[in-house]
Ligand binder design. Structure first.
Ligand SMILES: [Zn+2]
Length: 288
C-alpha cells in the first residue's frame, strides 16, 4: 500500500499488531513520516469489507445497536456544541460522509434546521438513517454523479483513518461538494493518545500529519483540538479539526513529521501514567 498522505512507496517497519484475530502490520513513510498499514492484502481497503463485514467484525451485528447509537449521540452533541463558537455560515445543506446510523445528521437537522444528506456504505445502517428522513447514498461516487447542490457543512467523523487515498477524496469535496464559504469538520483517533492499531485503520494521524493532509487537499485549518469525548476527560484520544477551503495555486510543499516513534512512546507512557494516577476516572463509563 502506498502512503495515504504523500503516495510514496518507501517505508520502514514501525509496529506489528493483531486486531480481531487478524495480523496488522504498520510501517512509517520515509518521506512524510505518516504511520500506515502495509501489505498488498490490506483487508479494510476492500469495498466489500465496509458493505457487510465491517459491522459484523467490529460489533458482531449488522444493525445499529443501542450502545453504539448512544456513543454516536454523545459525539454528535459535542461536535455541534463546538460549531456555534466558530464562524459557521448559515447551513442550508449538510453532508456527513460515513454517516453510520445518521445520528450526527439528526443533530445537524436539530441545530441548523437544514437539509441532511449522508453517505454510508453499510446497507443496514443506511436504511436505518433513511427511515429517519435523511437522504442517504451508499458511496461518494453515487453522490457526485447526482451533481448535488453545494453543502455549507461537510463532515467526516472517524472516516479519514479508513481511507486509502484521503487527499483525492478531500479534493473532490473541495471542488464539487463544499460551498466556498462552507466548512469541513473532521475527527480521527489521535496517534499520540489512542491505541490506533485496528484492522480498519489504514493510517494513524497525528496533529501534524492531519494538518498536512488538509493542506494538500486545499484546506486551511481554522480550529484544531484534541479531546476525549465521550470516552475520557483526561486523555486527548481524538483529533478534531474545522477547516475552510482555500483557492490554492498548485500543490503546497509537504512538511515531513520527525521523531514520530519517540513522540508515540512518550505519549503512551503519559497515558499509562494518567491511568495509574487516576485509575477510576481516566475512562468514562460506556453506555449499556
Ligand atoms: Zn508519506
Amino acid at each position: 500500500m502506498t502512503c495515504p498522505l504523500c503516495r510514496s512507496e518507501h517505508h520502514h517497519p514501525f509496529e506489528q499488531s493483531t486486531s480481531f484475530g487478524y495480523p496488522v502490520q504498520y510501517v512509517q513513510c520515509t518521506r512524510c513520516g505518516l504511520v500506515h498499514q502495509a501489505g498488498d492484502a490490506v483487508k479494510a481497503a476492500d469495498p466489500a469489507f465496509y458493505q457487510e463485514l465491517y459491522r459484523k467484525v467490529y460489533q458482531s451485528n449488522e444493525r445499529p445497536i443501542s450502545k453504539d447509537l448512544k456513543i454516536q449521540e454523545m459525539r454528535a452533541h459535542h461536535l455541534c456544541s463546538l460549531l456555534p463558537a466558530n464562524p459557521v455560515p448559515r447551513v442550508c445543506r449538510s453532508l456527513d460522509i460515513g454517516a453510520s446510523a445518521g445520528v450526527l445528521l439528526d443533530a445537524y437537522r436539530e441545530f441548523f434546521a437544514c437539509d441532511t444528506v449522508g453517505v454510508e456504505p453499510g446497507t443496514a445502517y443506511r436504511k436505518y438513517a433513511a427511515e429517519k428522513g435523511h437522504t442517504m447514498v451508499p458511496t461518494l461516487e453515487d453522490l457526485l454523479a447526482q451533481n448535488p447542490e453545494l453543502f455549507q457543512l461537510v463532515s467526516l467523523i472517524h472516516v479519514v483513518e479508513h481511507l486509502e487515498n484521503p487527499v483525492d477524496m478531500l479534493r473532490s469535496i473541495h471542488h464539487s461538494l463544499l460551498s466556498p464559504d462552507g466548512l469541513l469538520l473532521i475527527e480521527v483517533p489521535n496517534f499520540y493518545a489512542h491505541d490506533s492499531y485496528e484492522l480498519a485503520h489504514l493510517a494513524c494521524y497525528t496533529p501534524h500529519t492531519l494538518h498536512q493532509l488538509l493542506r494538500q487537499a486545499g484546506f486551511e485549518v481554522i480550529l484544531s483540538k484534541t479531546h476525549g469525548v465521550p470516552r475520557s476527560e483526561k486523555l486527548g484520544l481524538y483529533l478534531l479539526v474545522l477547516a475552510k477551503p482555500v483557492v490554492s495555486a498548485g500543490n503546497p510543499p509537504l512538511e515531513a513529521e520527525k521523531n514520530v516513534k519517540l513522540k508515540r512512546k512518550a505519549a503512551m507512557s503519559w497515558r499509562r501514567l494518567v491511568q495509574k494516577v487516576f485509575p477510576n476516572s481516566t475512562w468514562l463509563p460506556l453506555p449499556q
